[in-house]
Design a protein around this ligand. Structure first.
Ligand code: GAL
Length: 807
């Protein structure tokens, strides 16, 4: 949620035309609290530490695991990418000089995990859950007289494994210091009632905290459009509610004529500015984004957005940002979301935990519908040290905080209460009571979005499927059961909460036959002993897990069956951990449509051909083979009736997609030269693609995805490609490259998208995988220039200059 502070003078008479007074408001301040932290990785007790001279100075967000070495012996195991956990301490000194009537709080967006906070040697609080944000009122802990205050944060991620996937360790999301008046507003929540392009009903709810008797508080709220025009402004008196009338809130409902409706294609955001007044004084102001949209799920006809049938074309995303680890960099998240947008994705499942608030801000702005998920584990464990240890004490609080934190995001469409909870198989009682309780909480805290649970046990023994409180049925996988859904659950809408789990390494191709599908492993509980020595997996969309499907199978069904509201493919990007079907040295997943470094695999274009309005003609594989090879050539295409393939000018025939096939293919005896595909519509050529045999690798080439870096901390994603002398990418080149960064920047990480590369991400040396590698660079000054240099044995060094400009 974006909360912006207005450090302005409020001309109250302008607001209310009451008095000719011009009052300087005592407003709230949000201070960016991410600089000047010291860090120590140590198991000892440092809660009273004052001397940080031997600690490392750093800038948050920070994930210490990602900078560590991959090691088979690390207890995080394959799920945690074999990266280290441990215990870390963060310390920072600060002074405050705010007036004693103001409330000072420290807000953490996410600390993994088991954090404990001390101020000036006094313990403030603890939070085991590493994914949820929390705030402490530190008013009575701080000196306000100019003396230095010390905050210490202990982060304990020693007990491993505590998740099935990589979580990172540390204060990996932003921290802020918030100073607000004693009487202040809570987070505003705007709910859309019925909405069409003609009119919409908006319901506003804003909590009022610490209202003192006798001091009359009023809320003045305004709806502001994208151009900054105030569309409406209203005054509201507070109401009391709650069991003993202890809670004070402002409630208002209003009808808005001709609203701009939010959708993935048109993510229109209004702002709601809430001003709290006491008498003639404006005492607090909070501004949030808001989007107006209506939607419904239908048992027969799927999902409707703003009255229009809309297929949910989603991907699941874990929260790591590849080589950057769990540390949240908005620009890296933006890069992921932009690639997914270009592919035609309109929805994201934030699996399997509350994601970074900044990620949801981006979904609001860029236009993604979000299925927001809270838990991978309820009361029954999946791993020895996972969340089941905290379930009884913390789950209700964590869940409430999650819904309250996120409910104002227009991007959120569903609350997913849990993923593949053990309770669906092993405990009827808990499988009934837990989702009932969570659904009840959603109803009372939100009431505008449906609930769902992601199930992989689809038999009638699973109590969650029989729940009358959970609104939608969520299927994970089981694509062969989607057709029968209306006869099994005639009353309920269906969303495929997770699908596919096919496997591939970018740019890796097996030779014939690729028309037989491989199940790796053959069964989920049978260890896998097959595959290639390299531990890479062919990218023809013919290798999958036994519980999953090929991309093509699920994609076809999701689009074809009207009762399927849509699906969330596992996963949009490769992520750290879960290198199914392999183990060490494989350390990251093969599931992604895009690899860990952000290079698309071939199936990216399959989805793009089905989901986006862009013209697509994509050919695979590359054309560097040996003379006696037989090679299957595949094309993904759209907006055309047929594709004809030519090898060195000779036609190999025309193909058309038939039945449930979403690709066409040819079996070709290799000869070096040029493959050319031509797509025709109504006999007219609409697209053409060529793939050529390259000569040997000779040139390193650098290109930055950003022409300019904007401001200190801005990132540049620099792609290195190995080409032949004509500039064609050599698709099999694995060249050991050394990067250096000079000037006003620093090298954050390197990657190549290989799930088996155990060189630390912080290394400046990286071998290319199939012709490509990535260097992630961060500006350290707000203006200047960064020079990136790449070199390798037997290649000329290459340079790239990237300017930094003030934002
Ligand atoms: C699912 C699970 C995901 C991931 C996936 C791999 O069953 O929900 O978290 O483990 O399998 O295929």
């Amino acid at each position: 949620m974006v909360i912006r502070m207005y450090a302005v003078r409020f001309s109250v008479f302008l607001l209310f035309s009451l008095l000719f007074l011009d009052v300087v408001a005592q407003h709230r301040t949000v201070v960016d609290f991410n600089d000047g932290w010291y860090f120590l990785l140590d198991d000892g007790d440092h809660h009273d530490e004052k001397d940080f001279s031997s600690w490392r100075l750093l800038h948050l967000p920070h994930d210490w695991s990602i900078a560590g070495e991959f090691d088979k012996a690390n207890p995080s195991g394959s799920g945690g990418a074999y990266l280290p956990g441990g215990m870390g301490w963060y310390g920072k000194q600060f002074t405050v000089s705010y007036d004693p009537t103001q409330i000072i709080s420290l807000a953490f967006e996410g600390v993994y995990q088991q954090s404990e906070v001390w101020i000036n040697g006094r313990r403030v609080g603890t939070r085991p859950n590493g994914f949820i944000g929390f705030q402490y009122d530190i008013s009575t802990y701080v000196y306000r007289d100019g003396r230095a205050n010390t905050v210490l944060v202990k982060v304990d991620n020693r007990a491993q494994p505590n998740a099935r996937f990589y979580t990172g360790s540390g204060i990996y999301r932003p921290v802020s210091l918030i100073v607000k008046p004693k009487v202040h507003l809570g987070d505003p929540f705007v709910k859309t009632g019925p909405a069409t392009h003609d009119d919409a009903i908006l319901h506003l709810e804003v909590p009022l905290e610490n209202m003192k008797a006798g001091k009359k508080a009023m809320l003045f709220w305004e709806l502001i459009d994208r151009e900054g025009n105030v569309v409406l402004g209203r005054r509201v008196a507070p109401t009391r509610r709650g069991i003993d009338g202890r809670q004070t809130v402002f409630l208002d409902s209003v009808r808005l004529k001709n609203p701009n409706l939010w959708s993935p294609d048109f993510p229109y955001l209004y702002q709601i500015r809430c001003t709290l007044t006491q008498g003639v004084e404006a005492v607090d102001v909070v501004t949030v984004n808001s989007g107006i949209r209506s939607f419904r799920f239908d048992a027969d006809n799927g999902f409707f957005l703003n009255g229009k049938p809309t297929k949910i074309r989603g991907v699941c995303m874990h929260s790591d940002l590849g080589a950057l680890g769990a540390a949240f960099y908005p620009q890296a998240a933006m890069r992921q979301l932009s690639m997914l947008k270009d592919m035609g994705v309109n929805a994201i499942r934030t699996s399997h935990n509350p994601t970074a608030p900044g990620f949801l801000d981006l979904c609001d702005r860029l236009g993604f519908m979000v299925m927001s998920e809270t838990f991978d584990v309820w009361k029954l464990q999946k791993n020895p040290y996972d969340y089941h240890l905290y379930w009884d004490e913390w789950s209700e609080r964590d869940f409430i905080d999650h819904v309250k934190r996120d409910r104002n995001h227009p991007s959120i469409f569903m609350w997913c209460l849990g993923n593949e909870a053990q309770e669906q198989w092993h405990c009827q009682a808990l499988g009934t009571s837990i989702p009932r309780r969570l659904a009840y909480l959603v109803d009372s805290l939100d009431g505008s979005r449906p609930t769902v649970v992601a199930n992989n046990e689809l038999s009638s023994k699973n109590p969650i499927l029989a729940s009358t409180e959970v609104d939608l049925i969520g299927y994970n996988y089981n694509h062969l059961k989607w057709r029968d859904f209306p006869t099994v659950h005639p009353e309920k809408p269906l969303i495929i909460t997770e699908s596919v789990s096919a496997l591939a390494t970018r740019g890796q191709y097996d030779q014939v036959p690729v028309d037989t599908i491989r199940l790796w492993p053959s069964r989920w509980d049978i260890p896998f002993n097959g595959g290639n020595a390299s531990k890479h997996i062919s990218a023809y969309d013919h290798v999958r897990t036994p519980w999953g499907s090929t991309h093509e199978e699920s994609l076809y069904l999701s689009e074809a069956l009207p009762w399927v509201s849509g699906m969330f493919v596992w996963t949009g990007f490769d992520y750290l951990g879960e290198p199914t079907p392999y183990t060490w040295p494989a350390r990251s997943s093969y599931f992604g449509i895009i690899d860990l470094a952000g290079f698309p695999k071939d199936v990216y274009y399959l989805y793009q051909s089905m989901w986006s309005g862009k013209p697509v003609l994509h050919l695979l594989p590359h054309w560097n083979w040996n003379s006696r090879d037989t090679v299957d050539v595949v094309a993904y295409y759209n907006q055309a009736d047929e594709v004809e393939l030519f090898l060195n000018g000779k036609s190999l025939g025309k193909r058309q997609k038939r039945d449930e096939q979403l690709h066409v293919s040819w079996r070709v005896a290799f000869e070096p030269g040029e493959l050319k595909a031509i797509a025709r519509r109504n006999a007219i050529v609409v697209q053409e693609r060529r793939v050529r045999t390259t000569s040997k690798p000779e040139i390193l080439s650098l290109a930055s995805e950003q022409q300019t870096i904007h401001g200190a901390d801005g990132l540049a994603f620099v792609r290195l490609t190995v080409t032949d002398k004509e500039g064609l990418t050599v698709p099999t080149a694995n060249v050991h490259v050394r990067f250096t960064v000079e000037g006003d920047g620093t090298l954050l990480a390197t990657d190549n998208g290989s799930p088996t590369d155990t060189t630390s991400f912080s290394s400046s040396e990286r071998a290319t995988l199939n012709g490509k590698a990535l260097a992630i660079i961060r500006a350290v000054n707000s203006q200047g220039r960064i020079r990136v240099r790449a070199e390798a044995d037997h290649f000329d060094p290459v340079y790239l200059d990237i300017p930094i400009q003030r934002p």
